[in-house]
Design a protein around this ligand. Structure first.
Ligand SMILES: [Zn+2]
Length: 471
C-alpha cells in the first residue's frame, strides 16, 4: 500500500475506537476549563500510542500537547472538547435534556477533538510505516467557547515553531473555511456605588446599576459612529439585590467584535471611555476585567486549496437511511424559515446543498467563501496569526439546524456527527500528509502567510500578566 492508503486505512481501522471516544466525550459534557474528562481521555489515547506528552501547558490544567516524530516540518492539529452550559439534550428529535440544566455538546466539540486525534494517529502510523519525516503535534485546546484556550496557548508561544496548523468544525456543508471571523474582546465592567434605603435616603445612595445602564445608553449612541460590521453585545450579570436597596455593586459583561484586531482595540478603548463617563454621571467608580481577546481568523489559501482537493477526493459522508430519517425529524423541528435562511446564508439551492444532509463537497459556500466575514469569533484566529492555518467544515448537522441548539446537540451525538467526523479525520490527515511530504507546499503557505501579516509579529491581545480564569 502507498502512504496515502496507509493513512486512510488507519482511520478506517480506528473507526469504532474513534466513534466510541467521541461518544464518550459527548456523554461527559464539561464546559471550558472543567473538561478534565475529555482532556484525560484523549491525552491517554495519544500517550498510549507513543506520543510525547506535555500536560497543563500555558498554565491551563485541561490543555495538552502531544507530539510524534522529529525535525521539520512541524504540523499542528488543533483539537477542542469543551461543551456548552445548559445545552444538555438526548439523541432524539424532541427537546428533552439528558440532565436538567446540564451542559451539552451543542457545538460538536466532541467530534472536533476526536476527529483531529484520528488524523494525528493516522499520520503517526504513516510516518512509522512509510518513513515520512517531520513532526506531528496534536494540541488539546480547552475553553474554545469562551475564546480563551488557544489565546493563552499562543501567548505562551506554543504554536511558534509550527510550519502549519489545521483544524475543522462540525457544520452543515462540506467545504473549506476560507472566510475570516471576527476579532473580539470579552470583558466585564464592575461598577461600585454606595448603598442606601431607596425610599428613605435615596440622596445618600449612588447606584452602581445606574452606571451600568448609562454605559449601555452611551454604547447605543456609539453604535451610530462605528463601522457597520462591528458588533457590541452585553448581559447584565449583576444588577443589585432588591429594589429598596440602592445597588452598591453592579456588573455588565460585554463582547466587542470587529473584522480586524486593531478595530477591536479602538472600540474597546472608546467603550471604556463611555463607561468612565457613566461613572462621572453617577458618582460611582468602575474597574475593568478583561477576560479574553482574540484575533480574526486569517485563512491560508494555499492550505485551503489542498483541503479542497483532499475533501473532494474523499467525498461527502455516506449517510444511511437511519441518519437521513433522524435528520429529517430534526430539520422539521426547526421553523421552515430557518431552513430557508440556511439556504440564503449559504447562497445555495436545496439541490446544490443536499437535504436533509449535505451529500456533496462544495466550493464557495456563502459565508465560508474567501473574502467573506463570518459574524462569530474563534480562538483559531490567534493561531492563524502565528502560523499558516487551514480549516474546513463537514456535514454533522441537518439542513437548518444551527449550532448551539438542542437539535445540534442531538445531531452531534448521533451517527450523523460520527460520519461527518470521519470525513474530517481523513481530510486533516491527508492535508497533513501533503504538508509533511511537500516542502514546496510548506514554503508557499509560509510565503502567503508572511505577506498577509506584512512583517507584523503576533502580539497577544491579552494584557501582560493576565492569568487564565480559574475553573
Ligand atoms: Zn464550536
Amino acid at each position: 500500500m502507498g502512504v496515502e492508503e496507509d493513512v486512510l486505512s488507519s482511520i478506517e481501522s480506528n473507526k469504532t475506537m474513534l466513534a466510541d471516544l467521541e461518544k464518550d466525550v459527548w456523554n461527559h459534557p464539561q464546559i471550558g476549563f472543567h473538561e478534565d474528562y475529555a482532556a484525560k481521555l484523549l491525552s491517554k489515547v495519544l500517550e498510549e500510542a507513543g506520543f510525547r506528552m506535555q500536560r497543563g501547558v500555558a498554565e491551563l490544567p485541561t490543555a495538552f500537547v502531544a507530539e510524534w516524530g522529529s525535525g521539520a516540518p512541524v504540523i499542528g492539529i488543533l483539537g477542542e472538547y469543551d461543551a456548552l452550559p445548559g445545552m444538555s439534550q438526548k439523541v432524539q428529535a424532541q427537546k428533552e435534556p439528558t440532565q436538567e440544566g446540564g451542559a451539552g455538546h451543542a457545538c460538536g466539540h466532541n467530534l472536533l477533538g476526536v476527529g483531529g486525534l484520528g488524523a494525528a494517529l493516522a499520520l503517526k502510523h504513516a510516518m512509522e510505516k512509510d518513513g515520512v519525516k517531520g513532526t506531528i503535534r496534536y494540541y488539546g485546546c480547552p475553553a474554545e467557547e469562551t475564546l480563551i484556550g488557544k489565546v493563552f496557548m499562543a501567548r505562551a508561544g506554543l504554536f511558534n515553531d509550527l510550519d502549519a496548523a489545521l483544524s475543522w468544525h462540525p457544520f452543515y456543508a462540506n467545504t473549506v473555511w476560507n472566510s475570516q471571523s471576527m476579532a473580539m474582546n470579552s470583558f466585564k465592567l464592575n461598577f461600585h456605588g454606595v448603598s442606601a434605603h431607596a425610599a428613605n435616603a435615596p440622596h445618600l445612595g449612588r447606584s452602581a446599576l445606574d452606571g451600568v445602564m448609562l454605559t449601555d445608553v452611551g454604547v447605543n449612541f456609539m453604535r451610530e459612529h462605528m463601522t457597520t460590521d462591528a458588533r457590541i453585545h452585553c448581559v447584565v450579570t449583576h444588577g443589585g439585590e432588591a429594589p429598596n436597596i440602592v445597588p452598591s455593586y453592579a456588573q455588565v459583561w460585554y463582547y466587542v467584535r470587529a473584522p480586524k484586531r486593531p478595530q477591536v482595540d479602538e472600540l474597546y478603548q472608546r467603550l471604556l471611555r463611555v463607561a468612565k463617563g457613566a461613572t462621572l454621571m453617577t458618582d460611582t467608580t468602575n474597574d475593568v476585567e478583561l477576560i479574553a481577546g482574540c484575533y480574526d481568523y486569517l485563512p491560508n489559501q494555499v492550505i485551503g486549496q489542498v483541503i479542497a482537493r483532499r475533501m473532494k477526493q474523499v467525498g461527502p459522508p455516506e449517510f444511511d437511511e437511519t441518519d437521513l430519517a433522524f435528520a429529517r425529524e430534526l430539520r422539521d423541528s426547526v421553523p421552515p424559515e430557518q431552513v430557508e435562511g440556511t439556504l440564503t446564508a449559504y447562497r445555495k439551492t436545496r439541490e446544490d446543498l443536499g437535504d436533509p444532509l449535505s451529500d456533496t463537497v462544495l466550493d464557495d459556500v456563502g459565508s465560508f467563501t474567501r473574502g467573506e466575514i463570518t459574524a462569530g469569533s474563534t480562538d483559531v484566529g490567534d493561531v492563524s496569526y502565528v502560523t499558516p492555518t487551514g480549516q474546513f467544515t463537514t456535514c454533522c448537522l441537518p439542513l437548518g439546524v444551527a449550532i448551539h441548539s438542542w437539535q445540534s446537540c442531538a445531531s452531534t451525538g448521533s451517527g450523523i456527527g460520527a460520519k461527518g467526523m470521519m470525513l474530517a479525520a481523513k481530510v486533516l490527515a491527508l492535508t497533513g500528509l501533503d504538508l509533511l511530504t511537500s516542502p514546496n507546499l510548506v514554503k508557499a503557505a509560509g510565503e502567503e502567510f508572511a505577506k498577509a501579516i506584512s512583517g507584523k509579529e503576533y502580539v497577544s491581545p491579552l494584557p501582560e500578566g493576565l492569568q487564565p480564569p480559574k475553573a
